[in-house]
Design a binder for this molecule. Structure first.
Ligand code: ADE
Length: 250
């Protein structure tokens, strides 16, 4: 999968792309990340990419010409595809990024991620060239770069081969429930015991305990997710009976 990142600060991506799983995925050729400096498409002597807002007010706005030229140039890069890739702007007023969106994006061959900066991007570029707008949460960052890294990270790990398929299937949010608690050796640490069922060797009992702990944790921390899982028909009669015992009624 190819990620084309359009940014005024390509240097910000060095750390996340050169460590750990993203580094390995790149080396294995499972993902490719191409960085494009929007400033390279500015044509004036000072290579200007921003200007004061029409109508006045604080801050600066990203100018339409360099950004549009950059997006159009990147869209012409190989590989050619039957359908053009999504052009995604990272912006605090976008649709909130979720695991479901990560899964949807992981199914595409290529993504363009456009990092907004300053007070925002000239609205006409958004209308003309951006196909989707994503926010990583209800807070304001200094720019879209960290948000783009979050999207790359969450999507890349869903690309087949990047991490173990089983860990993707069982993790928090993958099926709308939070994850069960994890334990490793030693079996007793500072007087705290691992739940006995986990060392019992009964795989069926372990699976049942884990399912119940996922339900308990989701009920305590994110009851909104439980409502959604129920509405989507993802809770079994066993789940509902266990939840009823915990005092939850849909
Ligand atoms: N740019 C600034 N804040 C952002 C956010 N929360 N999500 C995506 N892009 C942003």
């Amino acid at each position: 999968m190819i990620f084309d990142i359009l940014t005024l600060f390509p240097g910000m991506f060095t750390g996340p792309l050169t460590e750990s799983i993203l580094k390995r995925a790149r080396q294995a050729g499972l993902i490719q990340v191409r960085l494009h400096n929007i400033r390279d498409w500015a044509t004036d002597r000072h290579r200007t990419t921003d200007d004061a807002p029409f109508g006045g007010g604080p801050g600066m706005v990203m100018k339409p010409e360099p950004l549009a030229a950059c997006i159009r140039a990147v869209l012409t890069l190989p590989p050619e595809a039957a359908t053009p890739p999504p052009v995604i702007l990272l912006t605090p007023d976008g649709e909130v990024f979720t695991q479901a969106i990560a899964q949807e994006l992981a199914a595409t061959e290529r993504l363009l991620l456009v990092c907004g900066h300053y007070e925002g991007v000239d609205e006409r570029v958004r209308e003309a060239l951006i196909t989707r707008e994503l926010s990583i949460g209800d807070y304001v960052l200094t720019g879209g770069e960290l948000a783009a890294m979050v999207v790359v990270d969450a999507v890349a790990r869903l690309v087949p081969g990047v991490i173990d398929a089983e860990s993707v299937a069982e993790e928090s949010h993958s099926d709308g429930l939070l994850e069960y608690p994890h334990y490793t050796r030693p079996a007793v640490w500072e007087g705290r015991q691992v739940p006995p069922v986990l060392v019992s060797g009964h795989h069926g009992e372990v699976a049942k305990w884990r399912r119940r702990e996922r339900l308990r944790r989701t009920l305590l921390r994110r009851p909104d997710l439980l409502e959604r899982a129920h509405a989507a028909g993802r809770l079994t009669p066993d789940d509902l009976a266990w939840l009823a015992g915990l005092g939850w009624a849909p």
